[in-house]
Design a protein around this ligand. Sequence first.
Ligand SMILES: *Cc1c(COP(=O)(O)O)cnc(C)c1O
Length: 392
Amino acid sequence: MTDKPVSPATRCIHPQEPRDPHGALRLPLYNTTAFRHDSTADLLDVVEGRKPGCIYTRFGGNPNIVSVEQTLAALEQAEQGVLFSAGMAAISSLFFAHGQQGVLCIGDLYGGTQDFLQRQGVALGIRHRLLAAEQLEQLEQVLAEGYRLVYFETPANPTLALLDIAAISRRAQACGALVAIDNTFATPVNQQPLTLGADLVLHSASKYLGGHSDLTAGVVLGRAELLAPLADWRRALGQMPAPETAVLLARSLSTLVPRVRLHNANALAVAMALQGHPRIRQVCYPGLPDFPGHALACRQMSGFGGMLSIELESGEAARQVAEALQLFLLAPSLGGVESLVTQPCTTSHHDMPADERRRRGISDGLLRLSVGLEEAGDLIADLLQALQQLDG
Ligand SMILES: *Cc1c(COP(=O)(O)O)cnc(C)c1O
């Protein structure tokens, strides 16, 4: 390959290092717990950081893990990445490494993240504060209480509400805080938070990065000095993914860019087809011109993503539509090739008090769609037939 930096789409297909000594097109699976060394001196060179290499897979350095970390770093334009066994492993290690002075969260959070902060985080002495998007003017005031990590998701689950990464990063950093973004919904294809000023970006690789609903992993990306303590937590807690998972993820990343572009196109087609439907109160999709966050989406995203939500007149109507769908499968995940549907009040937000759900715009009639890679026309036809079956 030339020395000129290639675009992330090309880097996904031509991962850089490490290369296979036999010239295999794909890096083979290094399914080994430990690595042999020729001498104690050689081993010490690796242990003491004078030479790259691997000692023990859980410690890092396994070629399959390193290769995926480098591809993901190229995608997010990050200096480095640290791969984890799950998105929640990435998130918990981030809070251990950088949340000891407190975590200030903004807007709606993934349920697992909120649970971790409220239960394990509290038990371990990691304090946190949840600031609603409408309370953003209090950011400086709350940071003055000593919080050193600002954390949020955009677009958020399940309302697709957006937050301004550049503006919040500037304000938080002016107060001496780091900014970390969960970029799972957007993917690095559609949004690169580090280029907008964030310090750290993370993903549940179980979603779009894996893309086929068949692997569980996570990653945090950013500057090397911020990632070193995360790698320590990963090692201490044993949050390293299996090399097999890294190989599967590497294979998925080869097609990430075209997959996400098709997710974007399909979701936009579905959103436009459903907008104005007499049984739908509201279609939430950042790509629709009348969506409240549309102007911001145009500024900070290069594609609008594969997630959208529709609001029906009642929880019963939402249940009927979800169950009448044939191509959209009823399952609580996202980002795979197959389209999925969930009713957040019965799944991800089931444990949230009803008035809190209402305050956040998560009505019982809300359905979240993860638009897959089927033919858009088939997906639209499926939704229209399900809506037609509604009583009355
Ligand atoms: C799924 C998800 C996570 C958690 O990831 P796991 O791989 O399931 O641990 C975190 N954040 C968001 C936005 C997610 O959708």
